[in-house]
Design a protein around this ligand. Sequence first.
Ligand code: HEC
Length: 151
Amino acid sequence: MHRLVRTALVTCLIASFSSGAAAATAPADAIKYRKAVMKALSAHVSAYLLINMGKVEHPEYLKAHASALADLGAQARVLFPVGTDAGNTDALPLIWKEPDKFSKLVSKLEKSSATLRDAVAANDKAGATAAFKALGEACKGCHDRYRKADD
Ligand code: HEC
């Protein structure tokens, strides 16, 4: 049984590595991936806040959440491929109509999350507070303009 599971896993891994370059990503999967990364950002923001506000006693994990935010923020640029403006998505077509303006908000996410990671690692509280504020502005700024409002 174990060997079978391992063989299946290895086969899956090989399949995923070898097909990676050749197969084009289906837009529906790119949208699912975008949402998964967005939810992950949101989860780490929540965990970070709970620790930072002292609601939970896990200060030793603040760094992990700040690092995760930086790692996720660094992928933001690939989350919006052309052709993912339709289907099961709240992303507005405006994203692909004004790429320069959109790109500035992606950069803000990248920079603020990296600054947050570095500030937390250096135990720089004021720096972390400023970076977290900038991060929140990036989320909100982008959602306000480029995401469908909740009905
Ligand atoms: C550069 C633009 C941009 C930035 C920055 C951004 N988002 Fe998003 N976010 C979007 C768009 C567009 C959607 C809609 C995605 C879709 O439905 O395909 C979205 C969707 C989401 C969703 C809903 C996911 C779902 O399952 O439908 C959450 C949660 C979210 N974002 C959290 C965040 C958080 C937290 C941050 C900041 C740390 C952030 N986002 C930063 C553009 C952005």
